[in-house]
Design a protein around this ligand. Structure first.
Ligand SMILES: C[S@@+](CC[C@H](N)C(=O)[O-])C[C@H]1O[C@@H](n2cnc3c(N)ncnc32)[C@H](O)[C@@H]1O
Length: 204
């Protein structure tokens, strides 16, 4: 039995239900940004405060994470965030209009470190190619990981990803990104002295 989430920031949605009407939900038609795997919401809270004219959808299939994210948002005056508990692919398919996302953010996705589990990783070339149809032209794609092998893999396949331009000059990845908030997992690994691998591309 799931702990109920009664926060006004939480948007209950089940797979059988129609897609949310984002303009009605946010009360404006500002651009939409999606964070996949928001965890406990520290990144989205900072990001939404930095970009009040963007509407943020914070997505995670972890109920307690959604509850913590909502609590964090509810302590602020932010009105540009909604939190959903759903699996990324089914949510995007059902709820995101084609070509509508201004930004997609994925921070520290589960690394599946064992070789035999690598195929379970969320972010791969096929997933980015799938995502791209839901992104506006000029939409930003941010990926960050504390896991070196995952960072190098994403940095490498993105150089050959059709329809995307690197925003880090000739660097396939960086260890710092100006103006980009630090998430809980990033903080944890930075505190251990381990670098974060940031990748930033724009849909061409
Ligand atoms: C390692 S945590 C990182 C959390 C946060 N992004 C951070 O950097 O602190 C990964 C999160 O992604 C969520 N997640 C993983 N795969 C997902 C999927 N397919 N759909 C929705 N959430 C997912 C997990 O529930 C978890 O909260």
């Amino acid at each position: 039995m799931l702990i109920p989430n009664n926060s006004p920031t939480f948007l209950p949605w089940e797979e059988s239900e129609p897609a949310p009407r984002w303009e009605e939900i946010f009360g404006n038609n500002n651009p939409l940004a999606l964070e996949i795997g928001c965890g406990v919401g520290d990144f989205i809270t900072q990001m939404a405060a930095l970009h009040p004219a963007i509407n943020f959808i914070a997505l995670d299939f972890y109920n307690k994470g959604c509850i913590k994210t909502c609590k964090r948002i509810d302590k602020t005056t932010l009105t540009n965030v909604r939190v959903l508990r759903a699996e990324a692919r089914s949510f995007i398919e059902a709820c995101i209009p084609t070509g509508s996302l201004r930004t997609v953010v994925i921070n520290c996705p589960d690394p599946w470190p064992k070789l035999r589990h690598r195929k379970r990783r969320l972010v791969n070339s096929g997933f980015v190619s799938y995502l791209s149809q839901f992104m506006q032209p000029d939409a930003d794609f941010y990926f960050a990981t504390d896991f070196v092998d995952y960072g190098l893999d994403v940095a490498e396949f993105m150089t050959a990803q059709p329809g995307f331009m690197n925003q880090l000059g000739t660097d396939p990845f960086r260890h710092a990104l100006e103006g980009y908030p630090i998430s809980k997992y990033m903080r944890r690994f930075l505190d251990l002295g381990q670098p974060i691998y940031y990748v930033h591309y724009r849909r061409a």
